[in-house]
Design a protein around this ligand. Structure first.
Ligand code: GRF
Length: 220
């Protein structure tokens, strides 16, 4: 079967991008990365992608005089020119308009470092620590116009441990992100995802009944 051609949008270090690139290196993986685009010329992820032999482009939003639709037309033009059929946002820090979201509807996914709908937006680890939650995690979801909303594809939960600070918690969540994003892309590329009433249905997903309890129930 032809592999799904994927474009990745980044703004920064690109560790999730790297996880997707590595997954796509496996010969039986149903997707390939056709293009990485960064809106930030200095994004470290650009060098990582180039090292992996992936085509890269910079589409700098500052070149568009605050004309968001024009910036997004340039993104779509670059993606289309590369034959991209599916887009993964991986630490892409621009808010997208309804036109871009509609163009790529149900072909555009994002990864967010919290168990949505808890903690949308920025500083998720700091806010999770401040709220005192015992479980935190990450979410891969289809992109909608409302930021960090949209049908949920994959989530992973991790414990918040005594003594955690933002850095240790972020690292634990990031390791989970690197497992969730390739899984979500694989499910999409295998055409196993359907959006029904704004919920994502996964064809053929095995039941998962493991329970993560934090703290572990070891008391008396
Ligand atoms: C990740 O935590 C991702 O969930 C969020 O931004 C961060 C990007 O990190 N959207 P990286 O660039 O993938 O390393």
């Amino acid at each position: 079967m032809a592999r799904l051609k994927v474009g990745i949008l980044i703004s920064g270090r690109g560790s999730n991008m790297q996880a997707l690139i590595e997954a796509c290196r496996k010969p039986d993986f149903p997707a390939e990365i056709a293009l990485v685009i960064s809106n930030e010329p200095a994004a470290a992820g650009l060098a990582r992608a180039a090292e992996a032999g992936i085509a890269t482009r910079v589409v700098n939003h500052r070149d568009f005089n605050k004309d968001r639709p024009a910036f997004e037309r340039a993104l779509t033009a670059a993606l289309e020119a590369a034959g991209v059929a599916f887009v993964c946002n991986a630490g892409f820090m621009r808010i997208l308009t309804d036109t871009f979201v509609a163009r790529w509807r149900d072909r555009l996914i994002n990864i967010h470092p919290s168990l949505l709908p808890a903690f949308p937006g920025l500083d998720t680890h700091k806010r999770a620590l401040a709220a005192g939650v015992r479980l935190h995690g990450c979410t891969v979801h289809f992109v909608r116009v409302a930021v960090d909303e949209g049908p949920i594809i994959v989530q992973a939960a991790v414990p918040v441990l005594a003594g955690d600070d933002e850095a240790t918690l972020a690292a634990r969540v990031l390791a989970a992100e690197h497992r969730c994003y390739p899984l979500a892309l694989k499910l999409a590329a295998e055409k196993r995802l359907r959006v029904e009433n704004e919920r994502c249905v996964i064809d053929g997903a095995p039941a998962q009944e493991a329970v993560l309890i934090n703290p572990p129930p070891l008391l008396g």
